[in-house]
Design a binder for this molecule. Structure first.
Ligand code: SAM
Length: 277
């Protein structure tokens, strides 16, 4: 401990910040293993909490440092009490603590000299907005490894034809390779959450990624198709595509949103762009 004024009373988990802290060392080490952090990498952790992952990330990085050197990382934490504990436990040259809302934090400021590896056991109540927020920094990120609610990870990774496929699957898969790594049971946390969790890795596709002619239009069409997911696309997308155009686009008008690949959504969006007045 570095600061004798560090808070001594145990921290009381705050529901509004989605605080379920990892306590099972087996899973903590498995997650760090999946991340495989190296000292030369620019790693930023969202929501370090009581540093369960942070401590082991630093230890794993130190293990790859030359003798006598110590690794460092950045963390973004919204809870002021936890920020006080983190700054008391870790010197600033080890841990740069940014007291901020990850939904507003400018991740580009950390990526001036290298791409970021973003990691975290994300607060489940805001996991989808955080994922969309991070899409804004896609070209500054080399990969992301997150713990999320299992059901959300299954939706993120769902391929076409799966009933779990939704807007989140398409909007993430056209930017990233999405890989589910493993599940983590509720007993690994305190307080124990009501849901199962999973680890997921997102790797930007970079130059391999499909580029719709108009990304805003693409997002609107994906949203429209999944808002009426049980309907055939000739109905759910009637406002975007005329009934006689489906043959030219090369897609069955009787398909449902969940049947379409990312490339097919891009084809619909690009057709619409080309035919717009
Ligand atoms: N990493 C710790 C662990 O695994 O034990 C804590 C994980 S806990 C599920 C989520 C953490 O994210 C908490 O520390 C919480 O205070 C923090 N948090 C919640 N909302 C946040 C936000 N909008 N921006 C940054 N941190 C946030």
């Amino acid at each position: 401990m570095r600061d004798t004024k560090a808070p001594t009373a145990p921290h009381r988990a705050r529901k509004r910040f989605g605080q379920n802290f990892l306590v099972d060392r087996h899973y903590i080490l498995r997650i760090v293993d999946a991340i495989d952090p190296r000292p030369e990498q620019r790693i930023v952790e969202i929501g370090p909490g009581q540093a369960a992952l942070t401590r082991e990330l630093l230890a794993a990085m130190d293990a790859h440092c030359a003798t006598g050197q110590a690794a460092s990382l950045d963390v973004v934490e919204i809870d002021r009490d936890l920020v006080a504990r983190l700054t008391a436990e870790f010197p600033r040259d080890r841990l740069r603590v940014h007291e901020a809302d990850a939904l507003e934090f400018d991740f580009a400021t950390l990526a001036a000299d290298a791409k970021l590896r973003v990691v975290g056991n994300l607060p489940y109540n805001i996991s989808t907005p955080i994922l969309f927020r991070l899409c804004e920094f896609e070209d500054r990120i080399s990969d992301m490894t997150f713990m999320l609610q299992k059901e959300v990870v299954d939706r993120m990774a769902a391929s076409e034809g799966s009933g779990e496929r939704g807007r989140l699957s398409v909007m993430l898969q056209y930017r990233y390779r999405v890989e589910k790594c493993f599940d983590v049971p509720p007993g690994a946390f305190r307080p124990i959450p009501a849901v199962d969790s999973s680890i997921v890795r997102l790797t930007p596709l970079g130059s391999k990624r499909l580029r719709p002619n108009n990304e805003t239009r693409f997002a609107q069409i994906v949203t429209a198709a999944f808002t009426q997911r049980r309907k055939m696309i000739r109905k759910s997308l009637a406002a975007w595509v005329s009934a006689d155009a489906w043959t030219a686009i090369g897609i069955e008008p009787t398909a449902r949103a969940e049947d379409l690949s990312t490339a097919e959504f891009v084809a619909i969006s690009d057709w619409r762009e080309g035919s717009s007045p």
